[in-house]
Design a protein. Structure first.
Length: 335
């Protein structure tokens, strides 16, 4: 367990034990910020972390408990909840508690957001715990926005690479990007719903809420909606890239079928003539015995059939399309 205590308003970060953090939380002057890293190992069977920290009963016995999903509660000026955070390529959850004098974060294992947040405190110097909470939640949203932006760039690069030269591994990359977009959506959607409910209820029930708090409230609510729109745009981009890949495969199959059609139109007359001259009809065996007859009927008919087939194929595909395109270009120039 790693416990970090930040003295405010100085913004000095110090590593202490759980007992020292409890003493600091019980202090009455100013406000204090405490971060607790419980590590990756499951905690032993003992009293809840909220009681070990000397917090009120409103903190809830689930504070710091593993496998807790997104939730939020508000009791007599104490806000407590679980928020999702993108850390690397994974989505983890951080427990947050805030009241008038204390701001506590609890998580399992190192989280990049926590390190950035603690390093930025000496520069930000928030005046109270409410501002600290909103700064932290804005950082939570920024982790999702960075992850969405990075995934969106990967989708665009992959789509460009597909149009340049399609590779079999592009299918796996597309599947991974679609799963990442879906994972971000599933992780963020509950938080968006909870944040919307809490912020709207807070704004409607607290008639003494200051203009500054209302502005922070609306800013966070707007940013939540913006992140949702960006995640939906990422999912649409991933679906569009998958559709483009399917279109490229279909186009390649059409090219193969077109080539097979041309080959079959060339060799089908040859197969017919070979089978026809291989039959033992009396006319064939008695009349067509000279070299001139073979050249006239055998080679001549084959060459004629091939020429007619090629003309038909080229006319129906390339020549007519080229003529139509030139006609459209001339019409566009005249207009």
């Amino acid at each position: 367990m790693i416990v970090s205590v930040v003295s405010m308003p100085e913004g000095v970060v110090a590593r202490t034990g759980l007992a020292q953090a409890r003493e600091r939380l019980a202090a009455t002057s100013g406000f204090v910020i405490v971060d607790i890293d419980l590590g990756d190992e499951p905690p032993p069977d003992e009293e809840p972390l909220s009681r070990r920290l000397g917090l009120d009963d409103a903190a809830g016995e689930w504070l710091g408990r593993a496998d807790e999903h997104v939730r939020a509660e508000y009791h007599d000026g104490t806000a407590i909840g679980v928020v999702p955070v993108v850390s690397g390529n994974e989505v983890t959850h951080i427990h947050v508690l805030a009241d008038q004098r204390r701001f506590v974060t609890v998580h399992h294992g190192p989280v990049e957001l926590i390190e950035t947040f603690l390093d930025q405190l000496p520069q930000d110097l928030p005046p109270d715990t409410v501002t600290t909470l909103f700064l932290f939640l804005q950082g939570v949203l920024e982790t999702f926005r960075r992850a969405v932006t990075q995934a969106h760039l990967e989708v665009e690069d992959l789509e460009e690479a597909m149009f340049e030269r399609r590779q079999p591994e592009h299918v796996q990359q597309l599947a991974q990007l679609r799963r990442r977009a879906a994972h971000l959506h599933r992780a963020f959607l509950p938080y968006a719903a909870v944040a919307q409910e809490i912020l709207v209820r807070r704004r409607m029930t607290d008639h003494h809420l200051s203009q500054e708090r209302q502005a922070m409230n609306r800013l966070h609510e707007h940013t939540v909606q913006l992140v949702l729109v960006e995640i939906e745009a990422l999912r649409d981009a991933a679906r569009r890239a998958a559709t483009s890949y399917a279109s490229l495969v279909a186009d390649q199959q059409n090219v193969v079928i077109n080539r097979l059609t041309i080959v079959s139109m060339i060799f089908l007359p040859l197969s017919f003539l070979t089978g026809f001259f291989g039959m033992n009809f009396a006319y064939l065996t008695n009349r067509l015995m000279s070299e001139d007859s073979f050249l006239e009927f055998g080679v001549g008919l084959q060459v004629g059939a091939v020429v007619v087939a090629l003309y038909y194929v080229l006319y129906r595909t390339h020549w007519r399309q080229l003529r139509d395109s030139r006609t459209r270009d001339a019409a566009d120039d005249q207009s």
